[in-house]
Ligand binder design. Sequence first.
Ligand SMILES: [Zn+2]
Length: 422
Amino acid sequence: MLDRGQQTWIKWAVRNASTEKASGPYNVSLRLDGEPLANWERPGLNAGGVDVVLDWALVWRDSHQFTGAHRLTLEVRGTGAAASTLAPQTVYREFVWGQTAPQSAPTPRFYAAAQIRQQIGGVDELSASGEMVSASPQRAQDVLDIADAVYYALYSRSLYDEPLVVHLLNDADYSMWVKVECTDRAERLGGGMGKVYGERCGQIAGVTATGEAVVAGYASNWQYQNRIVLRSERTQAEVLLNLAHELGHFRQSVQRPDLDVRNASLNLYALREAQAYAHEVEFLRAIESVLGRPLLLYPRREDFAEGVEQSLASYVAEMDTEEHARGRLLLWMAVLDDPHLATQGAELRRNGSLTWQSARTVYEYLMAIAAKDVDAYVNGKIDKVDTFLPTIRSMSKRRLVNGLTDGQVGALEFQEVGLLSP
Ligand SMILES: [Zn+2]
């Protein structure tokens, strides 16, 4: 990891591992993503000799000023008479380039109520556009502007004033980022533990061995910085939702770092997912509250009703093996079955959904569960899923609305909050 805005130094060394002197000249060239950065001409190298360059200052050019994954290449090749005797050697070093932390401005950002409304108002255009965030920096900025206004409405604090950096990366950069982060973490752990951790790390971050996408992003603390890393080859609405989810994880990491356990139990992972889903509800219901109109309405149609059935069936089928499915059901069960959330449960039964304030209460409640109680709590709730499933199913289906015009139908990306969350 290299941080932008900071001086970067490069060191390299070449060793003649043979028993013969390399008597001819050779050339060492350094490239960044294929673009030449520097070149060194050397006369030759004795047997066993080492040629070293220490602390060569890398000057970033404007064309390098972007967050993401990069590849440094150092190539050594014989020149002139040595070209035929010195076999070319190339080494690669992949790295990700982040932002200097913390990102926060010297004076905290302040939003007036009118500005919050105006920025959040952009959600309609965003929901309708279907454009990929990766399409342009402006698409990414649109999402961050809305997310920041919502976050400010919820917490009276800008995202830019949080100890957090958000990285929006295309699929290739995302895969490389995960590889670099996981390799770095595994190296610090070392040995067999490091290997196991590296594999698990890749799974959580959602990259298969072949680099294929599994999940949309993750929150982590790496290199002294809280980070949210999200795939940007997604629609703006999806990235906004994913950001709302990861912000739930981020706030947990800050408030309850003791829950950030490596190789944790399924129950602890499920609890963290339930928190993040509660945070999605809080986030999107807050948008509705600021706009003063619904954002999450879906038509009473066979395909939507069928979608609800299938999603619930898949959560139940996977709830004993997969943390996201278990977390979704855990969130419903907490609201419907926990006596400490009786007020929120009554509101859900009465109104069919939670307000953002109630979702916040649920989120904070799930965040306060003591680590030693997690297994008993989660098992206790999941054991009763069968009893409550008919209630969950009928509540989800009751959300479907007759006679919606096209303009009133919510973004499809938000369906899991609109239909499948309390
Ligand atoms: Zn999650």
